[in-house]
Ligand binder design. Structure first.
Ligand code: ADP
Ligand code: ADP
Length: 226
């Protein structure tokens, strides 16, 4: 059974804009899927529907055996990473990492162990007591990823997570996400308009155009078609 199954999903916004049209993708357990395509092609809308943040006009998204819109938001076993980090400015890095687990009433020893593990993977140990304003853009983005990792979700959803970083940082963070993916191996959907990012990270690429799937396949097959 697919880890995430997107079945004939469409989205028509209130104003009548069709953002996503009859998209179907079966995502295998541990697979890293990248949604790529120009601005406005529906990537973010599709990701948000999988996250349960946007209503689905037609079709169905299932995660494991469960239909997304029937899952209570608090029980959703998925973690999202955004481009604007969405860190709590008044909390330290440690507190930002621990926050979601505290809300789920995870025991303190377990929280500390998971925060320590994520901090080690992301090389954030020296910064645990700092507030986000005292971090660089790359460090903030690593905290945002750390917050997703500590939850040990069954899926990661990334919405252009590197687009606010400068070119050099984007390259190094791209490598970091790749390494994390090898270590953690969590099923992921990653949205970007950056072809290199897509090529580097994807097990399978989905090229969207006007809300429809234009191509789907392994990166080399998609980008080197005659
Ligand atoms: P992408 O992420 O590929 O840039 P989006 O999913 O953001 O594309 O947008 C797809 C289409 O849906 C665009 O035409 C966009 O203008 C439209 N759209 C996005 N969000 C809304 C909204 N909340 N209300 C109406 N139209 C929207
Ligand atoms: P407050 O000052 O708001 O009470 P703290 O900064 O003391 O919050 O942190 C809340 C909890 O998180 C405390 O139990 C503290 O021991 C723990 N904590 C804070 N920073 C770290 C850290 N770097 N490593 C492990 N635990 C931490």
């Amino acid at each position: 059974m697919a880890a995430i199954s997107i079945k004939d999903v469409s989205k028509v916004y209130n104003g009548g804009v069709t953002a996503v049209s009859a998209v179907s993708i079966d995502i295998a357990d541990g697979e890293f899927i990248v949604l790529v395509g120009p601005s406005g092609c529906g990537k973010s809308t599709l990701l948000r529907m999988v996250a349960g943040l946007e209503t689905i006009s037609e079709g169905e998204v299932t995660i494991g055996a469960r239909v997304v819109n029937e899952i209570d938001p608090a029980d959703r076993d998925i973690a999202m990473v955004f481009q604007n980090y969405a860190l709590y400015p008044h909390m330290t890095v440690y507190e930002n990492l621990a926050y979601g687990l505290k809300n789920r009433r995870t025991p303190k020893t377990e929280i500390d162990a998971r925060v320590a593990e994520a901090a080690r993977m992301l090389e954030l140990q020296p910064y645990l007591e700092r507030k986000p304003r005292a971090l660089s853009g790359g460090q903030r983005q690593r905290v945002a990823m750390g917050r997703a990792i500590v939850r040990k979700p069954s899926a990661f959803l990334f919405d252009e997570p590197l687009s606010n970083l400068d070119a050099k940082l984007r390259v190094s963070m791209r490598g970091e996400i790749k390494r994390l993916q090898r270590r953690v191996g969590t099923t992921s959907i990653y949205v970007t308009h950056d072809q290199l990012e897509a090529m580097t990270l994807a097990d399978r690429l989905v090229v969207l155009s006007g809300g429809r799937i234009e191509q789907i396949g392994r990166p080399l097959d998609v980008y080197h078609r005659p």
